[in-house]
Design a protein around this ligand. Sequence first.
Ligand code: MN9
Length: 289
Amino acid sequence: MKGIYSALLTSFDREGNINEKGIREIVRYNIDKMKVDGLYVGGSTGENFMLSTDEKKEIFRIVKDEAKDKVKLIAQVGSINLKESIELGKFSTELGYDSLSAVTPFYYKFSFDEIKDYYDTIIRECKNKMIIYSIPALTGVNMSIENFKELFKNEDIIGVKFTAPDFYLLERIRKEFSDKLIFSGFDEMLLSALVLGVDGAIGSTFNVNGIRTREIFELVKDNKIKEAREVQHITNDLITDILNNGLYQTIKLILEEFGVEAGECKRPFKEATQEMKKRAKDIFLKYFS
Ligand code: MN9
């Protein structure tokens, strides 16, 4: 399960309905052109937390149908409605997803025992592997090395998507658990994470920047850190430009430049303005042509 995974975007039409054709095109583009090892479906990048259960299922179905067994597939099923997580976990497991992932339950200040029970319950009910999705900046849930030690006692918890700038904690997890999978979650920090020995990365920008991402991986593997840093510099110029223009909207607009029907973002995200479209085109010309 190691390697590069795109955090899959969801194509929406102007009314905020999921666009099957667009989703299929994004999947194809990632597999055929970005050459990713896998797809992380239903994450933040997929605008997942704004979707109904039926829409989430529909996306899992479409992606599996389009990707078949070409790449590894991870289904993010986390939700603060545990029943929904179980339903989605069973559904994606039956479809043949290689692993589940679940965001730490958010909004309410759940205790660690409650968080542990949430993971153990999803795994027990769905009978699949689990990758913890830790993103403290969005969830407010900060987990310590002791918390990870507790969670990782469950053998079905095979790893973590680590979306945090805490490299001390990342190093502690790496040292303690050579057998668990650690995925770097912040694309702009990929090189630093790779130097610490992560097994892979899951990111939104890989939908368009998969090739440079692969280069960074290969260069680090060959111990060419200086060269890897150069590619990370370009990558981070790109990411900075994308972030300044609206993260998901801009990645979608760049995909549109490549002929992929990536569509709109879902409200409350605002519709791309003419200026945003113009800047996205400039970004496309600057980094991809
Ligand atoms: O899945 C993504 N996280 C979010 C990981 O979108 C919240 C990242 O790929 C970031 O989008 C990216 C830009 O900050 O690193």
